[in-house]
Design a protein around this ligand. Structure first.
Ligand SMILES: [Mg+2]
Length: 99
């Protein structure tokens, strides 16, 4: 799926199943929480934390959670993620040239 399709999927999912009254701060705090869950998995993979066994499928799911919430936050802010990504590409092009 393209980013636009992903954003539409998340918008539709939230309108049908999710919490429609979340504020941008709700999404932001959930995003931070999900990033922390990715961090926990990385700590397990590096042996920094040993309370659970590292499972790459769990890491994959946590990264998916980050993407889902980022898509939801972007929708809330009316930001097209493809456009946002293109802005980063343009910035990199200015700084480092064409790759
Ligand atoms: Mg998660």
């Amino acid at each position: 799926m393209e980013l636009k399709e992903l954003q539409k999927y998340v918008r539709d999912w939230i309108n049908n199943v999710g919490e429609t009254n979340w504020t941008k701060w709700n999404y932001f705090s959930r995003l931070v929480e999900e990033v922390g869950e990715v961090g926990e998995q990385l700590s397990l993979s590096e042996g920094v934390k040993k309370h659970k066994k590292f499972d790459k499928d769990v890491l994959k799911e946590e990264i998916g959670d980050v993407l889902f919430v980022l898509l939801a936050l972007s929708n809330k802010l009316d930001i097209d993620l493809s456009e946002a990504f293109n802005k980063v590409r343009e910035k990199h092009k200015r700084k480092f040239g064409d790759v």
